[in-house]
Design a protein around this ligand. Structure first.
Ligand code: SAM
Length: 299
C-alpha cells in the first residue's frame, strides 16, 4: 500500500492543533479521547476530577470546531464503565457547545441473538452469541457490551454516503421497490457490530489499553463519503488505528499523541502496512493560528 503521507505528531493535541492546523483544514475527525475512567495510559493521567476533565474536553472540542471544515464530520467515540455510565453523556453535553448532534451510533462489541427470541429466521439455525463477555462479579451491573460514537457536525446537515456502508437486502424483491439505483443495498442503521480482530499476543499486537479496531474509523470514513475527504484527523491517535484506516482508503491523515511509545507504535504499524509516515513534534515556539472558530448555526 502506498498512499498519501501520514503525519504523526508527538505532543499535546490542543497546542498541536492551534499551532499546526489552519481553520477548516480537516474534513473528517475520528477519535476516541481518554474517558476519565482511571485507565492506565503510559503518560496521560486518566483520573482528573470530573469538572477539570470536562473543562479540558471543552478546550479540545473548541479546537476541533475551528479545524473542521463546514461540511465536515466529527465521529467521537466515548465509552464508559458500569460504575460510571454517565461519562459519554457528560462529554457529549460539553461538545454540544461547539457542534450539532447529527447521528448517534452504538458500537456493539458483543451480542446475543437467541433463536427462540427471533423465531423462524432464514440462516439462523442456532443461538448466536458473539464477542467477548468479560466476567464481572456484581449484582448491580450488567456486562458493558457497547460504546457510543457521536456523529457531530457544525449544523447537523452533512450529507452521508449511507450505501457505502450498506447491507444487502434480505428480501431481494425490495431491491427494485425501494432503491431506484437498483443496488442490492439498504442503510445499515446505527447499530454497528465491530469486533476486535483476533490476536495472539496483546502486548505485541495491541499494546494500548483502550484502542478501537481499524474497522471503526473505516466505517465512519466511508459513511461520510471518501470522495469528499482531503484530510483526516485523530487528535488522540493512540497506536494509529484511524490513520491505518485512512491510509488504506488512500486519504491524507494527521494524528496527535502525547505518549512517545504509542506514537512510535503507530508509526511502526503504519510502515508495516506500507504507509508513508512522517514523524513530527508539536512545535511550542510556533505562532498559534488565530482564526475564530465556526459559530454554531452560522450559515
Ligand atoms: C482512548 S485512547 C485512543 C486510542 C486510539 N483510538 C487507538 O485506537 O489506538 C486516547 C489516547 O489519547 C492520548 N492522549 C491523552 N492526552 C492527550 C493529549 N493532550 N494530546 C494528545 N494525545 C493525548 C493517550 O495517550 C491515549 O493514547
Amino acid at each position: 500500500m502506498k498512499g498519501p503521507e501520514i503525519c504523526l505528531y508527538l505532543g499535546d493535541c490542543i497546542g498541536g492543533m492551534q499551532r499546526h492546523l489552519a481553520a477548516c483544514s480537516v474534513d473528517v475527525v475520528v477519535t476516541s479521547p481518554p474517558y476519565n475512567l482511571g485507565i492506565r495510559y503510559g503518560t496521560h493521567d486518566d483520573s482528573a476530577p470530573r469538572e477539570e476533565y470536562l473543562a479540558w474536553c471543552g478546550e479540545w472540542g473548541s479546537e476541533l470546531s475551528r479545524v473542521l471544515s463546514s461540511g465536515g464530520s466529527l465521529f467521537l467515540n466515548v465509552g464508559s464503565k458500569p460504575t460510571d455510565p454517565g461519562v459519554p453523556f457528560q462529554v457529549l453535553n460539553v461538545l454540544l457547545q461547539h457542534f450539532t448532534l447529527q447521528n448517534v451510533f452504538h458500537w456493539v462489541k458483543s451480542i446475543a441473538i437467541l433463536q427462540s427470541e427471533v423465531g423462524r429466521y432464514p440462516g439462523l439455525t442456532d443461538d448466536l452469541v458473539v464477542g467477548h463477555y468479560k466476567p464481572i462479579n456484581s449484582r448491580r451491573f450488567v456486562n458493558d457490551c457497547h460504546e457510543y460514537v457521536f456523529h457531530l457536525t457544525h449544523r447537523g446537515d452533512v450529507p452521508l454516503d449511507r450505501l457505502a456502508v450498506g447491507v444487502p437486502y434480505r428480501d431481494k424483491s425490495n431491491v427494485a421497490r425501494w432503491n431506484s439505483a437498483g443496488k442490492d443495498l439498504h442503510c445499515r442503521g446505527n447499530t454497528w457490530f465491530l469486533p476486535y480482530p483476533t490476536i495472539q499476543s496483546r502486548n505485541r499486537e495491541r499494546p494500548h489499553p483502550a484502542s478501537f479496531p481499524p474497522s471503526l474509523p473505516d466505517r465512519c470514513l466511508r459513511l461520510h463519503g471518501v470522495e469528499r475527504v482531503e484530510a483526516v484527523l485523530d487528535p488522540f491517535m493512540g497506536i494509529g488505528n484511524t490513520a491505518i484506516a485512512a491510509s488504506a482508503l488512500g486519504l491524507f491523515c494527521i494524528g496527535f499523541e502525547i505518549d512517545s511509545d504509542y506514537r512510535d507504535e503507530a508509526a511502526a504499524r503504519l510502515t508495516e502496512v506500507g504507509g508513508i509516515v512522517r514523524k513530527e513534534s508539536v512545535d511550542p515556539h510556533r505562532e498559534p493560528h488565530s482564526e475564530t472558530p465556526h459559530e454554531k448555526g452560522a450559515k
